[in-house]
Write a protein that binds this ligand. Structure first.
Ligand code: NDP
Length: 257
């Protein structure tokens, strides 16, 4: 697999923590030679620390570029790839991972700001990132080539009370992903989705507006997935031969079955 990933440029959104961070490490460990990683998120300090960790662990075979990017800001996303230094523009794989849940509330009580933040990040941000990458992919021969790996959620398939907006955003990701795959059927651009169940990350801290005690209680007494469990699947699907599309993957801890 490392042979297939060698020489690739991978762009990951939401690489400053959780699943995105694990994806960066997993790509680097799997293909430690001749790989480029563009790591993006809003917290640039975290990205710089991660870049250093990767250099320390696998050496200079993997080149890492940490870049601050808020996917919910259309002005930052538009032309993002064109603004990268030239040797970083040939992105081969986009991992659309940035996302969040904010609040637990029944529909009548959901704060307007939370609705906007979730949709602007999870849906519109992901769509804008896809639009930013497609010209790069389509410029390649035979209709284009490249991989888009969208991180959805089990919540997009099995909505739950108190999470209607988050569930709706992930259902939207699912619909967008499926439609885009069909639009690109005549190309070598693969559009894939991975839907995690419960993963222990900073996700629940964000859900409870920074209340770590409440977040910790979510994982008490259960055995959630680790971000590495998801990262291994992301790197696996990216490493399949070009004609193999692992279109749709659902992965959850056994207690969630
Ligand atoms: P984390 O909170 O640990 O990571 C979320 C990442 O998204 C962070 O790196 C954060 O970086 C980034 N992010 C959030 N908002 C923005 C923004 N506007 N622009 C750019 N980056 C942003 O959570 P997870 O790792 O768990 O979440 C990753 C993905 O997995 C999300 O799409 C989530 O919906 C999905 N998921 C998570 C599950 C779970 O149980 N944990 C289950 C199913 C799906 P920063 O704050 O620095 O910008």
């Amino acid at each position: 697999m490392s042979r297939r990933l060698a020489g690739k440029t991978i762009l990951i959104t939401g690489a400053s923590s959780g699943i995105g961070r694990s994806c960066a490490l997993e790509f680097a460990r799997t293909a430690p030679q001749d790989l480029r990683l563009v790591l993006t998120a809003r917290r640039e300090d975290r990205l710089k620390e991660l870049a250093q960790q990767i250099r320390d662990e696998v050496g200079e075979g993997v080149k890492v570029l940490p870049v601050a990017l808020d996917v919910s800001d259309p002005e930052q996303v538009k032309g993002f790839v064109e603004r990268l230094p030239e040797e970083w523009r040939g992105v081969d794989v986009l991992v659309n991972n940035a996302g969040l849940v904010r609040g637990v509330a029944r529909a009548p009580e959901i704060a307007e700001e939370d609705i906007n933040v979730m949709f602007n990040t999870n849906v519109t941000g992901l769509i804008h990132m896809t639009q930013a990458i497609l010209p790069i992919f389509k410029a390649r021969p035979n209709g284009g080539a490249g991989d888009i790996i969208n991180i959805g959620s089990i919540a997009g398939r099995e909505p739950y009370a108190g999470g209607s907006i988050y569930c709706a955003t992930k259902a939207a990701v699912r619909a967008f992903t499926d439609a885009l795959r069909k639009e690109l059927i005549d190309t070598r651009i693969r559009v894939m989705e991975i839907d995690p169940g419960q993963v222990e990350t900073e996700f629940s801290i964000v859900r409870y507006y920074g209340d770590k005690a409440k977040a910790d209680a979510v994982y008490a007494g259960v055995d959630p997935l680790t971000p590495d469990d998801i990262a291994e699947v992301v790197v696996f699907v990216a490493g399949r031969p070009q004609n193999v599309v692992v279109a749709d993957t659902l992965i959850f801890p056994s207690h969630q079955a």
